[in-house]
Design a protein around this ligand. Structure first.
Ligand code: F55
Length: 830
């Protein structure tokens, strides 16, 4: 094998630039070959979807070749690897991203046009891979792109849900959920690894046994499910490195079946097999609440156990004992969802590898790092002890053991402060005794990261104060970022070309700090002119989509004002809608002659509500009710339109974000851990209207407060405002709420409870107290928009200052400060 003779191997690696050629003729032949033999259609007769499938398979061939090379190279170099454990990934589409990262988009476009097809049209055939809820899941996807591009020896692990995030269908203005059976037409990007399977065990009992005179615990499980690997290639940009996202699917275990068949109940045994597949069948659509459901816990353990077995197998291939484990392996916990991995690593090292508790714990504490995405205690995951004890009895024991040692240690450090001890304990006593997964993760991780500066400070001051006082050195900050490959290069080709032209290089695609070079030309009339043209093109694309989706015709001269994200009370889509009602009310009440002074707006809202989140669903309905009224009011015409974009997902975002003039990030201060949508809008030269929350604070540091529209209470003011309550409700806010209550938009009774959240005495999210300042910020935005040159300059400065919000920066930071890994680049020019 190539592993033995290193000089020879090096030469081989250089020679083998792959078998597949990328000239136009080769690509055409390749596509036709896949039409004929993979898709099994005649090469003389196939439609757009079949052409897409063949094209995807042709790209996939190239990805596979690169994955092989990358893995072989990693194997030979045996660098320290990072394993990124995330329960959710929002990958969206793969085609455009892949050919761009491979550097052969133009070649493919040319080959296709020779065959009579258009690349863009075929790209539209692809459905989204939506294996996640929102920000956290898209962040994982952006970070995978950066890990590949920066040549880090990384693996992503996750679950291969058969049903991704539900499809949102709007009927009469109400959200309905439909299943997202995304694998229906096959998935050309994944490879099933039938030989990479591991048994995952559940239930049963733990028995004490005597092993060579020593007592040890043996878990005798009651159910076995097989985990099978599906590999998804993640190509880097400007490098041959292509890493792997390995997703696990459940399949029946033969081992288990043998017993069932022997009992003679054949039919029942076959039916039982089906149950195994259920484990990975559906993604939980809640992005906040924890319901302590058994299936969810099963999913967590299933994914964790298979991943840990895979990681340990790979390590053991190259090492005979575990001494070097911490020098070769870093495990990143993406929120608490995968933190059972801690108990699993302990179980494997102690029970299976017989390392001894202390040695195993020492290793565990060196390999885990933990990033938390929640802000408030209610966002933290808790698992009922009874549930864990029945599903994973040995893991419960291990967690108790970890907690016992931890609490004893703690007593020595802080004395018998029982309040504090009980706050910090991994076990929460109470009506439902449960495991605090965040505490488990903090105790074992060497590093705990927040996702923005303010969030990291809040963690230290509030949520994890006790832990911060104990271990200040553990707490770090890794401000989130997004990948400019997807959010500029893929989604906004015209802007991409414009930036490269003015910077005289495409190097910013790998080195995004170069975008600051645009600052020098921000006032240049030529750049401004071209910049406006690009925005116009993107607005046109978006306007066509809006008309197709909702039948509403919008004017390109209007300001496109966008708020797209999951629907949440704290994200305050309701504040946006109340602001729109106010604007409408003003237009209706003004003298006709004054109307020509109004800056026309198209307000665009999009996002999904968790299926059980009633208030969020009412917000969606209110949006539709208000839109119905405004859009049909001839008094208003093009001065104001409101559209709800249904089924917001990654590919819709790619269309919406480049077309936005203004975007809103208006969470109640202190509630958004980071927010990453804002970064995507910023990169696309969209101006932000925002509260000083999460990553916005850092965006202000980069682009200056003059280049966006800030408003609202600051984080430290929120508690006091809450105490004061609604006397602060301004008249304007009270008036628009009254309009809703009086049935101005219909559905009077239905909106009552929604209105109560604002004027019912609590106004927890401070819509009332922020209302005036929100209107002022909106007025400032109107004023700026009325001066196109000024606006364009602010837009250029926004994009020019977005470099810090690239996930490349985030990942480099993780690699250097948290994981301790180095790039490992396949020797080739990409
Ligand atoms: C998903 C499942 C559960 Cl059980 C809990 C939370 C979630 C989830 O989707 N959280 C989430 O998206 N959090 C967001 O993470 C982003 C990335 O760090 C942040 O930008 C954002 O502020 C935060 O809300």
């Amino acid at each position: 094998s190539l592993g033995s003779d290193s000089a020879k191997a090096e030469r081989m690696f250089r020679l083998m630039d792959g078998f597949l050629k990328n000239d136009s003729i080769s690509l055409q032949q390749d596509i036709l070959r896949h039409v004929e033999y993979t898709v099994a259609r005649s090469r003389f007769n196939f439609d757009d979807f079949e052409a897409y499938q063949a094209l995807a398979h042709s790209v996939r061939d190239r990805l596979i070749e690169r994955s092989h090379d990358t893995q072989l190279y990693f194997k030979r170099k045996d660098p320290k690897r990072v394993y990124f454990l995330s329960f959710e990934y929002l990958m969206g589409r793969s085609l455009s991203n892949s050919v761009i990262n491979l550097g052969i988009r133009d070649q493919y476009a040319d080959a296709l046009s020779q065959l009579g097809f258009e690349f863009e049209v075929l790209a539209e055939q692809e459905g989204d891979a939506a294996l996640g809820n929102g920000g956290l899941a898209r962040l994982s996807a952006c970070q995978m792109d950066s890990m590949a591009t920066l040549d880090y020896p990384a693996w992503g692990y996750g679950l291969r849900y058969e049903y991704g995030l539900f499809r949102q269908v709007i009927l009469d203005g109400f959200q309905h959920e439909q299943p997202d059976f995304w694998l229906n037409f096959g998935n050309p990007w994944e490879t099933e690894r039938v030989h990479v399977t591991y048994p995952v065990k559940f239930y049963g009992v733990v028995e004490e046994e005597n092993l060579n005179g020593e007592k040890c615990n043996v878990w005798i499980p009651g159910e076995v499910v097989e985990a099978v690997a599906y590999d998804n290639p993640i190509p880097g940009y400007g490098t041959r490195n292509t890493i792997t996202l390995r997703l696990w699917a459940g399949k029946p275990s033969d081992q288990h079946d043998m017993e069932a068949y022997n009992t003679g109940d054949y039919i029942n045994a076959v039916v039982c097999r089906q149950k195994a597949e259920n484990i990975s069948s559906v993604l939980y659509p809640d992005d906040r609440s924890f319901q302590g459901k058994e299936l969810r816990l099963k999913q967590q353990y299933f994914f964790v156990s298979a991943s840990i077995q895979d990681i340990i197998r790979r390590f053991k291939e190259a090492h005979s004992n575990f001494d070097e484990f911490p020098e070769k392996v870093a495990l990143q916990l993406n929120d608490t969802h995968p933190s059972l991995a801690i108990a699993e690593v302990m179980r494997v090292l102690v029970d299976k590898e017989h390392l001894g508790w202390n040695k195993a714990w020492d290793i565990a504490c060196k390999i885990f790092s933990f990033t938390i995405h929640a802000v408030i205690a209610e966002g933290l995951e808790k698992i009922p002890v009874d549930l864990l004890g029945s599903l994973l009895p040995r893991h419960l024991q291990i967690i108790y053991e970890i907690n016992f040692t931890f609490v004893e240690e703690l007593k020595k450090r802080i004395g018998l402060d029982y309040n504090r001890l009980s706050r910090m304990s991994i076990i929460e006593e109470g009506a439902v005794k449960s495991i605090r997964m965040a505490n488990l993760a903090i105790v074992c991780s060497h590093t705990v990261n927040g996702v923005s500066k303010v969030h990291s400070e809040l963690l230290k001051a509030k949520l994890f104060k006790d832990f911060y006082e104990l271990w200040p050195q553990k707490f770090q900050c890794k401000t989130n970022g997004v990948t400019q490959r997807r959010w500029i290069v893929v989604s906004n080709p015209s802007l991409c070309a414009l930036i490269s032209k003015w910077l005289g290089t495409e190097a910013w695609i790998r080195d995004v700090d170069l975008l600051t070079g645009l600052r020098a030309y921000a006032a240049d009339p030529d750049l401004q002119q071209e910049w406006m043209m690009v925005k116009k093109v993107n607005k046109m694309r978006l306007a066509e989509y809006i008309e197709a989706m909702s039948g509403v015709k919008v004017s390109l001269d209007a300001m496109f004002d966008v708020q797209t994200k999951r629907i949440h009370e704290y994200k305050r889509q309701l504040l946006n809608i109340l602001g729109i009602i106010h604007r409408y009310d003003c237009i209706k009440n003004m003298e006709k002659s004054q109307r020509s002074k109004v800056v026309p707006r198209v307000c665009i809202i999009g996002g999904k509500a968790a299926p059980g989140y009633e208030i969020a669903k009412k917000i969606i309905k209110l949006c539709h009710a208000v839109a119905e009224k405004i859009n049909n009011d001839t008094d208003v015409g093009d001065l104001l339109k409101l559209v709800f974009i249904p089924d917001y997902n990654v590919s819709v975002a790619e269309l919406v974000i480049p077309g936005a003039d203004l975007s809103q990030h208006i969470s109640t201060a202190g509630h958004e851990a980071s927010g990453t949508g804002s970064m995507k809008f910023l990169m696309n030269g969209c101006l932000l209207l925002a509260t000083e929350d999460g990553s916005t604070v850092e965006i202000v540091e980069e682009i200056g407060a003059d280049n966006l529209f800030l408003f609202g209470a600051k984080i430290h003011e929120v508690p006091k405002l809450r105490e004061e309550g609604s006397p602060k409700m301004p008249l304007q806010c009270a008036r628009v709420i009254r309009m809703v209550r009086d049935g101005y938009f219909g559905f009077k009774d239905y909106f009552e409870s929604l209105c109560d959240t604002v004027d019912g005495g609590k106004d927890f999210y401070l819509l009332g107290s922020d209302f005036e300042s929100y209107l002022e910020a909106q007025a400032a935005a109107d004023k700026a928009f009325a001066d196109p040159n000024k606006w364009t300059q602010m837009s250029i400065l926004s994009a020019a200052g977005s470099g810090r919000f690239s996930s490349d920066r985030t990942i480099r930071d993780y690699a250097e400060k948290t994981w301790g890994i180095e790039p490992c680049r396949f020797p080739s020019d990409g």
